[in-house]
Every structure is written in C-alpha cells, then in structure tokens.
Design a protein around this ligand. Structure first.
Ligand SMILES: Cc1cc2nc3c(=O)[nH]c(=O)nc-3n(C[C@H](O)[C@H](O)[C@H](O)COP(=O)(O)O)c2cc1C
Length: 405
C-alpha cells in the first residue's frame, strides 16, 4: 500500500495521504505563553510539505502547569486572532491540523512548578528527583475542573479553525499518570481498577465530544505500555483503546514510555518501536491506528501499511530536519533520513545527558524552519547542551538514563 493513498475517518472526513506529523513541542511561545508568527510560519511549511495530518506540539490547559518554557497555553479565547492565523496557514494544501492538548501533572520541572499536581503524591523517583519537585495529590473537585480545562482548550481550537484535536495520554503526563497504577493510588472514583483510572480520560473525551460535535476528529496518543513493572501494561492499554473505540474515538496514535523510561525516542534508526503492539491491537479493536517512532525509510513505511499494522505513518524528528519530507518521499526525491544520537565527544558527559538534549536540538531546528533558515543536520551536542543549561540550570542534566537518542 502506498503512503500517498487517502484515508477515510469514521465520520466521513478524508485525509489526503498516510503521513501523520506527530507532535513536537515547539517551545516558541512568548513570555505569556501565546503563540506567534513563528508558529504560523512553521506550520505553513509543514502544510506545504505534504503531510495529511499535522499535529501541533502539546498545548497546555493551565498556565500554572507547564512542561517546558515556551509552551503554548490556551485557557480562553483571548488569543483567537493569532490562533486563527495559525489554523489558516497550517490547513493550506488540504492539510489537517490537529491540536494536541496536554497537562504535565508531576512532569513539570522544578524550574516551572514549585509543587506540581498529580493523581497521588508519588514523587518522580530517585533518578529524577533533582529535576522535579514532589507532587501533591489533586482534590476530587480539582479533577473535575481540569477536565473542563481540556474541554475548553478543544473548544477554542475548533473555533479557531483547527480541524481536529488530540488528547495527550502518553509519555507520563497527567492522563497517563491517571491510567498508571503506579502513579495513581487514589481511592475515589478516579483510582483503583482500570475503569476508575480511565475515568479522567473518559470524562475529557465525553466533554470534548459534547462541545465539538459528532463529526469533529478526536484522537488520543497512548502508550503501548509504561515499560515499568508497576505501570500501565499492554493489556490495559488495549482495554483502554477498546473502550475509547466504543465511545467513538476517531484515531489512536501509539507511542510509549515516560521521562523515566524514554522509549518513545531511544530506539535506533532502523527499528519501528511499537509495531508489535499495534499488530495485536489491530487484531482486537476496530479503530484507525497510527504508529509513531522510528519510521525512516519509505520501504518500512509501505511495508507496515501493507501488512495492516498501521493505517498512517507517524513521524516526528525527521520532520524537524526536513519539513517537506512527505512530498519528497512521495516523489521519490529522498534518501533514508537518519536521526543519529548527539554527542559532545566526551564519553562521561554523554553518559550524563538524557534525551532532553536531543529534544532541544530538534526544537532548535523548528525555530530555524520558522525563521526561514536551513535546518542543521549534525550530531554535535554542545549547542543544545548549553541552551538546556541556560534554560533549566545544571539540574537539567541530573536524570541518568541508560539509553539515549
Ligand atoms: C523536540 C521534540 C518534542 C516533542 N514533543 C512532543 C509533544 O509535545 N507531544 C508528544 O506527544 N510527543 C512529543 N514528542 C515525541 C514525538 O511525537 C514522537 O513520539 C517521537 O519523537 C518518536 O517519533 P520519531 O522517531 O519519528 O521522532 C517530541 C519529540 C521531539 C523530538
């Protein structure tokens, strides 16, 4: 099957091809967390580049809970003018532009949150203690108002002209924390068995469906598992997708991991990280699936589509190096993209660096695209490393991970 084939969603909407540009946090908002012309230009380039769907970087629902400096926050309609421009340019060339909506929960760094919130007061764990303050448990009423925040952000997105939304339920952020029996030890209706741990996600989905209408695309990014013995398992993940498919979810994007187990970004170039899981999922549940993580060659993309393991090709990092990648692949003007690990040239220092340095490097490329400059394809970690330390201080390097990108 070809990457250029169109795809029809449950609600009759047609996506022009199988390329799904996955979320990448732009970290380009101003000091008041507003988007600006850089977002407009970046998303215009991606729209020109040919992807059927472009998902925005995570947009936060609460300005007191940021994942990184420069996150866009949408709590109300006050930035409607610039949001409309962003949506207008990002949907040119018949591109779908979906807003990813998120709350980091306890994964809000020390530099951003004195006391982050979470389902339960479970700290991030020994290796990450230096970078994150211990969270406090959310009160029952606070959970209900957070649900309303997710719904409000989605409503503003639709009003501005975004053509879909994505709930971020992966990578250890708040929705994922509710799903995880390790992070969620609540004894009210939001904790306990899977049905209760899913309640936060289900209420967000139902609230969004209510305000967005039956035909507006709502997708979910979900971990295949947390890769942690006490965390959210593969079987639970499949059960969540089953339930969400019954409720009318349009599409599920599969990823995995969190800050402790960064599986979403540590695989090597040649592997597609979550295909085995997607295969099992497709056998059990009737829903459109997008696998993201590791797709680099046209052959692996078309093989995965042909075997029916995925309905679309989720791609992130290569789209930061070449925003026109889908068009190039479709016209065969393309050599396999590599996204090699960054290095400082000093082994001990490389050992200390986590995936955060890689993320900074890719975010720097996004800024270059937004400024109309060529991207820089290199593996030198020094500039992103210094940028990271300047933004977060030396504690940004505290987390130790076994594998890096
Ligand atoms: C700079 C950067 C920022 C990212 N921001 C987000 C984000 O906001 N939301 C999200 O779900 N994933 C985010 N990701 C993860 C990607 O969407 C994707 O799951 C991951 O990079 C694996 O795909 P790839 O191998 O094609 O890069 C980010 C990745 C990078 C490199």
């Amino acid at each position: 099957m070809k990457v250029s084939e169109s795809l029809e969603l449950r609600n009759g909407i047609t996506l022009k091809n199988r390329f799904f540009k996955s979320a990448m946090s732009e970290t380009m908002a101003n000091g008041r967390n507003q988007p600006g012309e850089k977002h407009v230009r970046l998303y215009h380039e991606w729209a020109k580049g040919g992807a059927g769907v472009v998902v925005t970087g995570n947009v936060m629902v609460d300005r007191n809970a940021l994942g990184e400096p420069g996150n866009v926050v949408i709590e109300d309609e006050k930035d409607m003018d610039i949001l409309k421009r962003w949506a207008e340019k990002g949907t040119e060339y018949d591109t779908h532009l979906w807003m990813q909506i998120n709350h980091p929960g306890k994964q809000s760094p020390k530099t951003m949150s004195k006391e982050p919130v979470a389902p339960s007061a479970i700290p991030m764990g020994e290796a990450l203690k230096g970078a994150f303050n211990p969270p406090r448990a959310l009160e029952n009423g606070e959970i209900k108002s957070l649900v309303e925040r997710y719904v409000k952000t989605a409503e503003v997105a639709k009003k501005a002209g975004f053509t879909g939304v994505q709930i971020h339920g992966a990578h250890g952020y708040l929705v994922n924390q509710f799903l995880s029996p390790h992070d969620n030890r609540r004894d009210d209706e939001y904790g306990g068995d899977l049905e209760n741990r899913m309640r936060f996600l289900m209420e967000i989905y139902k609230g969004m469906r209510r305000v967005l209408g039956e035909t507006f695309p709502i997708s979910l990014k979900l971990n295949s598992s947390d890769f942690n013995q006490e965390g959210f398992t593969e079987a639970e993940s499949i059960a969540v997708v089953e339930k969400m498919a019954d409720m009318g979810l349009d599409l599920i994007e599969i990823s995995g991991g969190n800050y402790k187990q960064p599986k979403m970004s540590t695989g090597t170039d040649s592997e597609v990280f979550f295909l085995d899981y997607a295969q099992k999922l497709k056998e059990k549940v009737d829903i459109l699936v997008v696998v993201t993580g590791g797709f680099r060659s046209k052959e692996s993309m078309e093989a995965a589509l042909e075997k029916g393991h995925t309905d679309m090709i989720g791609i992130a990092r290569p789209m930061a190096l070449d925003p026109h990648l889908p068009n190039r692949i479709m016209s065969d003007d393309y050599e396999k993209m590599t996204t090699r690990r960054l290095t400082t040239g000093i082994k001990g220092l490389d050992e200390k660096m986590g995936p955060a340095v890689g993320n900074v490097y890719y975010a720097m490329q996004l800024k270059r695209i937004a400024e109309g400059k060529e991207t820089q394809q290199h593996t030198n970690a020094w500039r992103p490393l210094l940028h990271l330390i300047a933004t977060h201080g030396p504690q940004a390097l505290k987390p130790k991970r076994r594998k890096r990108r």
